[in-house]
Design a protein around this ligand. Structure first.
Ligand SMILES: Nc1ncnc2c1ncn2[C@@H]1O[C@H](COP(=O)(O)OP(=O)(O)O)[C@@H](O)[C@H]1O
Ligand SMILES: [Mg+2]
Length: 331
């Protein structure tokens, strides 16, 4: 056996060990007050596609999006319970990201209506939806490489007085607000342990740090609903662990989270509710234990050659087909 091969084996071994530690940490995590509240709120809700929730923060009706002959999203009815971590799962190409784009105002559906916190927001642009308190992050991070970390986070502030015509000349007002925005951005950098990167260009950050940066930016508006599209993709195990903790902490503080994630261990351990998409439709909903054994869910994954078991064996590597999409993966 060559020396190179030995080194490679060692590397694989230590990665494997790191992963096992993360899996153990996930398992050991004490159930939080937020998780208990979520479970209580969802008690008695049937595990059926389109089921009504006691206190939905997002409600979508007949939302359809076609690309040429392909129907990417065809959601009959979906409700997301407030204060929960609700996961969207489903094979690659199931329509999860497209659904995110539609409801967050980054894409326009062919049909459908949806409301956030009781307000009809169908057809509203993303910045208006963000002002109402619903924000999303992207599967591919959108950090601006030539701005500093702090500037990137500050960009998350919307509805600034300075943006509006008429107020802009009142520079003293604008200045005061900019100071507030900066203070909030610095608080968030602290929260995500990015303060040391404050004045560095985002281009110098690792893929994982950029994921944290995106989350910090999303939180600038003090949202009540955060939609995270594969926040863990391409992130090393240690940072994955910290991202998970941040997501749970947000839920514990009362923020509603919709999470797209392919790692089944992660999904099963942190979700209060799981919605499974396949070919644009919601084919199953329920608690982790309902979903784990749901034949439709297993079929959907088997049908796309991505059995749940395979996800487990994947040693946390991004699922095939998603890895290449993530330009921000750390070298
Ligand atoms: N802009 C687009 N143009 C054409 N087809 C698209 C576009 N965006 C997504 N699709 C297609 O829509 C389907 C759903 O994609 P997507 O929402 O990205 O799935 P997921 O996020 O669940 O992996 C896929 O078949 C994809 O190829
Ligand atoms: Mg996607």
């Amino acid at each position: 056996m060559s020396a190179d091969k030995h080194e490679l084996d060692d590397e694989v071994l230590s990665e494997r060990e790191e992963l096992l530690e993360v899996e153990q940490a996930i398992e050991d995590r004490a159930p939080s007050a937020g998780a208990a509240r979520a479970a209580e709120a969802l008690r008695g809700v049937a595990a059926e596609p389109g089921v009504a929730k006691p206190d939905a923060i997002l409600v979508a009706d007949s939302v359809t999006r076609r690309f040429g002959g392909l129907t990417a999203v065809d959601v009959d009815h979906l409700e997301v319970q407030r204060g929960t971590i609700t996961a969207l799962i489903g094979p690659n190409g199931a329509g999860k990201s497209t659904f995110f784009n539609l409801v967050s105002g980054f894409d326009t559906p062919d049909a459908g209506t949806w409301s956030f916190d009781g307000t009809d927001i169908s057809g509203k642009p993303a910045y208006q939806i963000a002002r109402l308190g619903m924000v999303r992050t992207f599967q591919l991070t959108k950090a601006l490489m030539r701005l500093t970390t702090l500037e990137n986070v500050m960009l998350g502030a919307v509805g600034q007085k300075g943006e509006r015509m008429g107020v802009a000349p009142l520079r003293f007002l604008w200045k005061a607000q900019e100071r507030q925005i900066q203070a909030r951005a610095e608080e968030l950098l602290e929260r995500f342990r990015l303060s040391h990167m404050r004045d560095e260009f985002a281009g110098t950050m690792s893929g994982g740090q950029r994921k944290l940066l995106e989350m910090a930016r999303a939180l600038m508006v003090g949202p009540s609903l955060v939609m995270l599209d594969e926040p863990m993709a391409g992130v090393n195990p240690a940072l994955t662990q910290s991202l998970l903790a941040h997501i749970q902490a947000l839920r514990d503080e009362g923020t509603s989270i919709i999470l797209v994630e392919h790692d089944m261990d992660v999904i099963m351990s942190i979700s209060d509710w799981i919605v499974c998409f396949a070919e644009g439709k919601v084919i199953a909903e329920g608690r982790p234990d309902d979903i784990r054994t749901n034949p439709q869910v297993i079929d959907a994954y088997l049908g796309s050659r991505r059995a749940l078991q395979q996800e487990d064996d994947g040693a946390g590597a991004p699922a095939p087909g998603t890895a290449g999409e993530d330009e921000e993966q750390a070298p």
